[in-house]
Write a protein that binds this ligand. Structure first.
Ligand SMILES: [Zn+2]
Length: 331
């Protein structure tokens, strides 16, 4: 089981259309224990290093029955690793293998008004459920537990609004097949993205300690008209984004205060018509998140029926145990 789990984790983690940076997580149950990805580790590294921590399953259920959903204590054998903030989510599903991913196609469809109806059509025949947006961690796990109790069963497929996907399966191969099938069913063809940054116009930024992203798709908000409008009106469509890319978009309009004077430094700046730049200190998670966001933007065909996170929801994410959450996103 363990090597198959590592294989599943690495495959999911290396596919940037499914997992961005340290996002997403995988778990398996051996009857007594829940083994879940440790906070801050990358699924992509599963073949090279041990990314899992183990917790007692009866203990987890007992604590959840008491209303406790945050599990910060892990086994003494791995003192440096803490269980994922989504551990409770994995304990809600009784399935032996659980995978939680952030597929760009699922996110792009889930941020549309009325998305639940679309998913009902696309996922017909699958044992699935829709979960309205809930803050990751305790609120999300609670919402999932309540939904399962209301249904009287625990579905294998969970579509999380403005967030992603959870699948439960008997084994790693089945989990992979399920993720693949869902992604095929909900796939959206993105608009073309052949963006070439205008280096002359970006020069002041490059001299001020910003750099170009490696992937040209990251320039979408500077060149694609709809992506630009979406980025202005709906900067935060899903929670990880708020933490890594900031609570609101920073645009260099050339007529206002210089964004380079911003404190703290904006991790990402859009220079309309010229390109997108990243702060020099931006870590790989930041770039992975930016590329994912752009992939989502290029899959939206309107800015009018998009449901992004409210200022209150963004605030909750940005100020919630922010340091711990950020640590998890730094490699
Ligand atoms: Zn997630």
């Amino acid at each position: 089981m363990r090597s198959a789990i590592n294989g599943l984790s690495a495959r999911l983690g290396k596919d940037r259309s499914l997992v961005q940076g340290p996002g997403g997580n995988v778990s398996w149950k051996d009857g007594v224990n829940l083994h879940v990805k440790a906070s801050g580790t990358w699924l992509a590294d599963a073949m090279e290093r041990d990314i899992f921590v183990s917790l007692s399953l009866p203990d987890l259920h007992e604590r959840m029955d008491r209303g406790e959903y945050a599990f910060t204590i892990d086994r003494e054998s791995k003192p440096s690793l803490r269980p994922s903030i989504e551990t409770a989510l994995h304990a809600v599903l009784p399935h032996r293998v659980v995978a939680h991913v952030h597929p760009v196609d699922v996110i792009a469809r889930s941020v549309r008004r009325g998305a639940q109806v679309t998913f009902a059509r696309l996922l017909e025949g699958l044992d699935w459920i829709w979960i309205d947006y809930a803050k990751p961690g305790e609120p999300l796990a609670k919402a999932m537990r309540t939904a399962a109790n209301d249904m009287g069963s625990v579905p294998a497929v969970w579509v999380l609004a403005n967030h992603g996907l959870v699948v439960g399966a008997d084994d790693p191969a089945q989990a992979m097949r399920l993720v693949d099938e869902i992604c095929v069913r909900v796939a959206i063809s993105p608009r073309a993205a052949a963006f070439g940054p205008q280096l002359d116009a970006l020069q002041p930024w490059l001299e001020a300690g910003y750099r170009l992203p490696q992937d040209p798709v990251a320039h979408a908000p500077a060149f694609d008209a709809l992506a630009s409008e979406l980025a202005r009106r709906h900067w935060v469509m899903y929670p990880d984004q708020a933490v890594v890319l900031g609570a609101c978009g920073v645009f260099d309009r050339g007529d206002g205060p210089d964004p380079r004077q911003l404190h703290p430094v904006a991790p990402v700046v859009v220079v309309p018509g010229a390109g997108v730049v990243l702060a020099e200190g931006a870590n790989p998670a930041c770039e992975a998140m930016l590329v994912c966001y752009c992939e989502v933007l290029l899959r939206c065909d309107t800015a009018d029926d998009i449901v992004s996170l409210t200022p209150e929801e963004i605030n909750e994410i940005v100020h919630w145990d922010a340091e711990a959450f950020r640590r998890q996103l730094v490699r």
